[in-house]
Ligand binder design. Structure first.
Ligand SMILES: *Cc1c(COP(=O)(O)O)cnc(C)c1O
Length: 380
């Protein structure tokens, strides 16, 4: 396998773990659509024995992801939530986790309704408020779960500072890097221990696959999670691994357009009277702007905004034509959604409830003039 570690990001996205196939020279990693692998003698195999424990297409994806995040080990899962679940299963009953107080609704639901009933304690905290972080810390706190920028309120947290606090107290810092992608932000290089992804979003990039992954350089945790990958079995099939791998190849090119389009969409939104507030870390008046400037390459393609009322937000969501009204994000096509009634319905009534007047955009890579005309029409 060629060593691409000194190559640039876009080069690694296309080549790391993706050498031409040795037997035929196929330039693209094949989809190894097989559940089992022939052994030459009892117990003697060529590195793969059964599809749950490993598959060459999945290996290629894991190698590429590890390279892009600057970590030693990549581990692919069947969804982002399955990857997060594997990380939390490395903890024990009685352990405590500090969770960002604005996260993907499904992450909160997993903490509250799956892991807490099994004995894991957690507290949502504003991770931008260090006094609050110190105050919420318990002797049994083992992990800080960071998501930045957050879904859907676009809060930004200081990864290096939080990793430092966690390490000083003997805990691990985990970052859900789904919104930023490794193109914009590399948490492991900022001191975090684990990066979690929903590869369903920007990494896959085409709204055609559900997947997840984590990357870490922590050997012990990597061993534990690799064991869980096989022992629990929430692994991606070869086709799904291949689709994410194909998406990765264009990640750098796509992210540049997502970011450029978001800059223009934000400028257009800011001029509309019906828009009360635009939430995007690239804005100078955004509370996390300075941290974002330090830890991100650009500000990403996710933009949220608030209008006068919940009714106005719901009405606007249904009036878009270029933006598709749908959950999810990070694909080439622009999407619009109402977090309160769609992606974040599961946090209604919880401390993470999101405002009803909020609209979330996933700004795609279409011609930006078409996106802006659509926005103006829908929100006018
Ligand atoms: C979508 C999402 C997840 C969950 O990923 P799935 O692939 O849907 O399981 C986790 N975190 C964030 C930030 C997300 O946007």
């Amino acid at each position: 396998m060629t060593d691409w570690s000194s190559a640039g990001f876009a080069t690694r996205a296309i080549h790391a773990g993706q050498d031409p196939e040795p037997r035929t020279g196929a330039v693209t990693v094949p989809v190894y659509q097989t559940s089992t692998f022939a052994q030459t003698a009892v117990g003697q195999h060529r590195g793969w024995e059964y599809g749950r424990s490993g598959n060459p297409t999945r290996d290629a994806l894991e190698t590429a992801l590890a390279s892009l995040e600057g970590g030693a080990h990549g581990l692919a899962f069947s969804s982002g939530l399955a990857a997060g679940d594997a990380v939390l299963r490395t903890l024990e009953p009685g352990d405590h986790v500090l969770l960002a107080n604005d996260v993907y609704g499904g992450t909160y639901r997993q903490f509250a309704r799956v892991h807490e009933p099994w004995g894991l304690a957690f507290d949502p905290v504003d991770l931008a408020d260090f006094a609050a972080v110190e105050a919420a810390w318990r002797p049994e706190t083992r992990m800080v779960w960071i998501e930045t920028p957050t879904n859907p309120l676009m809060n930004v947290f200081d990864i290096a500072a939080l990793a430092e606090v966690a390490h000083r107290r003997g805990a691990l810092a985990v970052v859900d890097n789904t919104f930023a992608t490794p193109y914009l932000q590399q948490p492991l290089l900022l001191g975090a221990d684990v990066v979690v992804h929903s590869t369903t979003k920007y990494l896959g990039g085409h709204s055609d696959v559900v997947g997840g992954a984590l990357v870490t350089s922590n050997e012990r945790l990597a061993d534990q999670v690799r064991f869980l990958q096989n022992a629990v079995g929430a692994v991606p099939g070869p086709w799904d691994a291949w689709l994410v791998l194909r998406g990765l190849k264009t990640l750098a090119a796509r992210m540049r357009v997502h970011c450029d389009n978001a800059h223009e969409v934000v400028a257009a939104l800011s001029e509309l009277d019906a828009v009360r507030q635009v939430l995007w870390p690239g804005l100078e008046d955004h509370a996390g702007h300075e941290v974002a400037e330090r830890q991100m390459r650009d500000y990403g393609g996710m933009v949220s905004f608030r209008v006068a009322t919940e009714a106005a937000a719901v009405r606007a969501c249904a009036r878009f034509e270029v933006f598709t009204l749908a959950e999810s994000l990070g694909g080439v096509e622009s999407l619009v959604e109402h977090p309160g009634r769609m992606t974040h319905l599961s946090v209604a009534g919880s401390p993470l409830e999101v405002p009803g007047d909020l609209v979330r955009l996933s700004v795609g890579i279409e011609d930006v003039d078409d996106l802006i005309a659509d926005l103006r029409k829908a929100i006018a």
